[in-house]
Design a binder for this molecule. Structure first.
Ligand code: BG6
Ligand code: MG
Length: 219
């Protein structure tokens, strides 16, 4: 049996696509004359595209039909894909690659647990397409974070019990999702101030290997 697993969120943990999401939503909101800023954007972290759109439209001065919403979501995604088309392996955030390699060396499984339907494209752009033992993403789930579905799916695909999984997350919704899945969770970046996380670090580059391996007693 596997010694345990680390499940990585993608946007804002592996790569800074969280800023690309912000720029794409901002472009759409500006075109529609809807107020949008980084604080509102913070609430979109970890949640699905359509749920994100509903949050953006809270500031709209007219109702949008289901059909219009669909078109807005598609437009935002087109703007977003223009931005992520430019990603390269250089965009992998500091500390990620050495950590992934060390986990592999120690027989600890690695997975992605992301709400994004663009996960396959991003992994391909940054050169990690066939690198993970399992990928659970927005294409395979019905309920996005804070629902635990994506992390439970990752654990199932790995064949590792949730109690032996550690999640690394930058979104408060993702921290909640991991806890509901019965997993420990390390809050990084914008979740570094989240008191609900099992522990927090400013960046993955600051993560202590000694502390992490204690989660896997037989390593
Ligand atoms: C999450 C992001 O990873 O994916 C959210 O944190 C985003 O901001 C969600 O809304 C869905 O992404 P996509 O790529 O399917 O629109
Ligand atoms: Mg994230």
């Amino acid at each position: 049996m596997a010694r345990g697993a680390v499940i990585f969120d993608l946007d804002g943990v592996i790569v800074s696509t969280d800023d690309c999401h912000y720029r794409a939503w901002k472009r759409l909101a500006d075109e529609e004359g809807i107020y949008f800023d980084r604080e509102i954007n913070h609430r979109l972290r970890g949640v699905s595209r359509m749920e994100s759109l509903s949050i953006v439209l809270e500031r709209a001065n007219r109702p949008y039909t289901a059909e219009e919403r669909q078109m807005l979501a598609e437009r935002k995604n087109a703007y977003y894909r223009e931005l992520i088309a430019e990603l390269t392996p250089e965009d992998i955030l500091p500390g990620i690659k050495p950590l992934l390699e060390r986990l592999k060396e120690h027989g600890i499984k690695i997975a992605i647990g992301s709400s994004s339907k663009n996960t396959p494209l991003i992994l391909e752009r940054i050169g990690l397409a066939n690198y993970f033992d399992a990928v659970a993403d927005g294409n395979a789930i019905t309920n996005s974070k804070p629902d635990p579905e994506v992390f439970l799916l990752a654990a199932k695909k790995l064949g590792v019990p949730p109690a032996h999984c550690v999640v690394i997350e930058d979104a408060d919704a993702g921290v909640e999702a991991a806890l509901k899945a019965g997993m420990r969770v390390i809050g990084v970046g914008t979740a570094a101030g989240n008191p609900r996380a099992t522990w927090t670090v400013a960046s993955v580059a600051d993560l202590s290997w000694e502390k992490l391996v204690k989660c896997f007693p037989d390593v």
